[in-house]
Design a protein around this ligand. Sequence first.
Ligand code: ARG
Ligand code: ZN
Length: 898
Amino acid sequence: MLLQRDAQGQPIAIRREDYAAPAFWIDTVDLTFDLDPAKTRVLNRMQLRRNPEVPAQPLRLDGDELNLARVLVNGQGASFRMEGEQLVIDGLPDAFELEIFTTCCPIKNTKLMGLFVSEDTFFTQCEAEGFRRITYFLDRPDVMAMYTVTLRASKAAYPVLLSNGNLVDQGELPEGRHFAKWVDPFKKPSYLFALVAGKLVAREQRIKARNGKEHLLQVYVRAGDLDKTEHAMNSLVNSVLWDEARFGLPLDLDRFMIVATSDFNMGAMENKGLNIFNTKYVLANQATATDADYSNIESVVGHEYFHNWSGDRVTCRDWFQLSLKEGLTVFRDQEFSQDLCADASARAVKRIEDVRVLRTAQFPEDAGPMAHPVRPDSYIEISNFYTVTIYEKGAEVVRMMQTLVGRAGFEKGITLYFERHDGQAVTCDDFAQAIADANPDSELARLLPQFKRWYSQAGTPRLAAHGVYDAQNRSYTLSVVQSCPPTPGQQTKEPFVIPLNIGLLDAATGRELPMQLEGESDVAHGTRTIVLSRAGEQITFTGLDAEPVPSILRGFSAPVILDFAYTDAQLLTLLANDPDPFNRWEAGQRLGLRAALQAIAAANATDATPVLNDAYLDAMRSVLRHPQLDAAFKELVLTLPSETYIAEQLDVVDPQRVHLVREAMRAQLATALFADWEQVYEANHDTGAYTPDPTSSGRRALAGMALNFLCLAARASGDTVWPGKTLQRFKDAGNMTDRFNALNALVSSGHTLAAQALARFHAMFKDEALVIDKWFSLQAGASDRGGDILPLVKQLMKHSDFSLKNPNRARSVIFSYCSGNPGAFHRADAAGYVFWSERVIELDAINPQVAARLARALDRWSKLAEPYRSAAREAIARVAAKPDLSKDTHEVVTRALA
Ligand code: ARG
Ligand code: ZN
């Protein structure tokens, strides 16, 4: 690690402005693997040539935890030296063959980067910098090569041998071994390399593309899991068809493979032609997977497939450009899921869910110590930058481009981008330029340099808007001032380009009003996009007989915080009438948030003080009883803002107070709407034969919510009927969604029946790892009552099914508690923080990526009220003081303390 540490031994930051083209190109790579869990031998034969555009310098190849046996240049033994983990060779000719022979130990690879073993099967994970753990290489995305891969292994132990591209040869070897040879017809960066070897079976499907070409699709899993691959396969087929239909991007390979592994740091990986997935995003049948699982599988299968173009055919020049592929591909998978919806309501539900993720996870990141631009300027460990900012905010930036050039214009832009850059490693600038060039008359083209501040400036912009009605002129003027708070390394910000979708409602009738902008002759109906680009702007609407109710930021047209001093009456009008479903939902959220914030601020309020007023409760009742609204939408409206989201609105956070107030709100919704919850449950709980479509999953979600509130109300009243019914429901359920919702209702209301339901659930699913994850997660994330969750979490860690080495399992217990359960984690006695620091340190020695994720649970420590604040700081400092911390965890905790 010599080169990445400074004189004090601290890791050094890599800076975007230091980018330099590679000194050598690698044209071909021929890899031969002799696979053995304890000692895998890798022979790497490469053709290299000097990059004539770069001053002559030695070849420096990256390596990490490799054992080097031999180096040959043009077949001759060559002299080389090691500088830290880099292999350095001087005096090379302009073009040459380089052969490197190394070994590594996959069975001991607990970092799950490079080549590792999971349940007796070999897998790889190379993004971002894992290939250097397999062989010495120029492990950077702008070095693209053609790969030939030969895999050799015991035939009995590893009957299936897979790598990227096409299988060109296979056969027997002496001593019960066999081999397979794969050739990838596309050049690729090393991070897209993959191999899999083990006992696997595949679901197969052949599909015909529009041009008549046949493709073989395969989903590989362990033998017992084949009955859980239908949904993943359907999602893959839909993905192939969608990318061709929407963007004209066809599948470019004869064979496309997905393989599932239960040990994986992230969700999935888009290796060319050989996507490797966390089992969580592949395996589903109605008995083991919930509606949410089905929907996640569809998104993630889509996401990785869409990378085949946005990522693989056109990749990133350097890792600072990560959002080039991730923001675009998240945008594409979001659009895919929306386009699969049967109606506008289901599309809106998907949009609301996406925005909820952005606001509860990305907004806090953008306001905290790890805040970074969509295109960061520096990093210590790139793995730490696979963030909601790069992914979800990056997707919003792409979405704003689409809003500014229109849907058809955006499709033209995408076509130009792939025409221009196919086979290249490019930058975010190249992407934005292509979209603008394809739409020369658009607002995007006119404002492009300013628009690109979305790539360079971190932080969530705030829009402070207020409206003034002028009765004399029958006009309404909306003033909007934008600002953006300082973030680490960026004290001041320049104004952003913000597409603001607006509508106006009649305050008396709630009907949508025609919109005429001052100085314009045409009248718009429905939503209108105003493009803001200055620090302060005024928009005047004319021809209005009374003060309208403005519906601002419809569809969440930009990733900003909108401050507008709506009256309760205005919000109730929007909630009852806004034709824009996003803002209709948002009005309800604003009302709920307002009530929460008032209760939190109120002096000496107690547990029993009602938080929600009758107007709010009546409005919620009307939503529940509404004959036209879909169940899925109702469920979203009735879901209160999360504790995390409420906390973000406060300057100083007392997490216990936030928890108490929100619990009081839930209890009030439960009791005040009791009769409605009964009706809602009766009307929605029977969804017939199981299918995971949006309509029936919406009904299951609403019925599950009703059950939850009915059990909560029963807790207050002592009623035993509903808990009894819930237990029966749990036993009889025909699918995991209904069963899990019933279990959740018993657990989250703290009912005594929960214990037997949990025991039964474990017994039923003891051999289903993903279901056991749910079992752990539900308990570790349950509502805290008098500090009972932490002892339970410690007990769960002693359960024979618990393992710190399996990331899914570690997340199901530790993350569900530390990141997913603020009311239980933030304890006045600091025991939650002590637990956190011990787990971060423990995990860091096994798997730095997982440890560094966990380290982020205290990102927002400086907002906490005492005694939490000091205790949290102390816990972070304790982690930071640990010698030999990984770069990953070091970066997170030092930024937190900065
Ligand atoms: N490119 C993968 C994806 O789409 C993420 C892989 C990141 N892996 C990692 N170890 N940092 O979503
Ligand atoms: Zn991705």
